[in-house]
Design a protein around this ligand. Structure first.
Ligand code: BTN
Length: 252
């Protein structure tokens, strides 16, 4: 069933919410809205994406009416170097929305993957459209299965909880938590977001991981976040390095 838009619009009167039956990517639609000078918080939600975009040039599996595919235009007055911590704040927001709507415990894998157990149920993509940022959030909600290449690494809230979940309730919680965590960043700076992320993520410290940096692969134990939100890694020879970008996965 398509989303019940009345329910969402009633919860957020005055907010521009664009609903699309199908689009290539909500990021493209949100970039158009931002270019037209829309207000902060303006939201694009699609039932299906034919070219959903993921981090690191990957694609985002966007099965029709099964997930939430959302992009939100944010005008927070943040400098561009805050994008990383913004993406961590959005990971926290997605995790909190999932906890409130589906009563599921999640983990956060740096910088912003939301996991249930070892499997990913949500991802965040931040795109700068100066002076705005686009917050792209994908959540696997009612998928009953995944294609073979994702089956071992992805899950949905339905699969994890054993019951179908309301996408409307999840979207309402998500828009609220995005407002809350982005306000925390805009008003309180990076520190409270990084502190909360470190508490919510088993990956922030003491986790044996493999980091794929587009060719170079590093293995080590995570050693906290620095003040910019980069991940510190202790290497097998005892030296330390800082991970600026890349795909992190657990090696246990
Ligand atoms: C990731 O790789 O983990 C980030 C995935 C982000 C997917 C969302 S779905 C809504 C928005 N539109 C897109 O094309 N991508 C983001």
């Amino acid at each position: 069933m398509p989303l019940d838009l009345d329910m969402i619009r009633t919860a957020f009167p005055g907010r521009e919410i664009v609903w699309l039956d199908r689009c290539a990517s909500t990021m493209i639609e949100a970039a158009r809205l931002a270019a037209r000078g829309c207000a902060s918080g303006s939201t694009v939600v699609a039932e299906e994406q034919t070219a959903g975009q993921g981090r690191l040039g990957r694609s985002w599996h966007s099965e029709r009416e099964a997930g939430l595919y959302v992009s939100i235009v944010l005008r927070l007055g943040l400098a561009e170097e805050r994008a990383r911590v913004l993406s961590m704040a959005l990971g926290l927001a997605a995790a909190e929305a999932i906890a409130r709507a589906a009563d599921l415990r999640t983990d956060l894998r740096w910088p912003n993957d939301v996991l249930i157990g070892e499997k990913k149920c949500a991802g965040v993509l931040v795109q700068a459209e100066p002076p705005a940022f686009l917050a792209g959030i994908g959540i696997n909600v009612n998928h009953a299965s995944f294609p073979p290449d994702l089956a071992d690494i992805a899950t949905s809230l339905h699969l994890a909880s054993g019951r179908p979940q309301s996408r409307e309730s999840l979207l309402i919680h998500l828009l609220e938590t995005v407002d809350g965590f982005t306000r925390m960043l805009a008003e309180g700076g990076r520190e409270p977001v990084l502190r909360m992320f470190a508490r919510a993520s088993s990956y922030a410290s003491g986790k044996r991981v493999v980091v794929d940096q587009g060719g170079a692969v590093l293995e080590g134990v995570t050693d906290g976040l620095d003040s910019s939100g980069f991940l510190r890694l202790r290497l097998p020879d005892g030296s330390r390095t800082t991970i600026l970008a890349g795909g992190v996965r657990s090696c246990s």
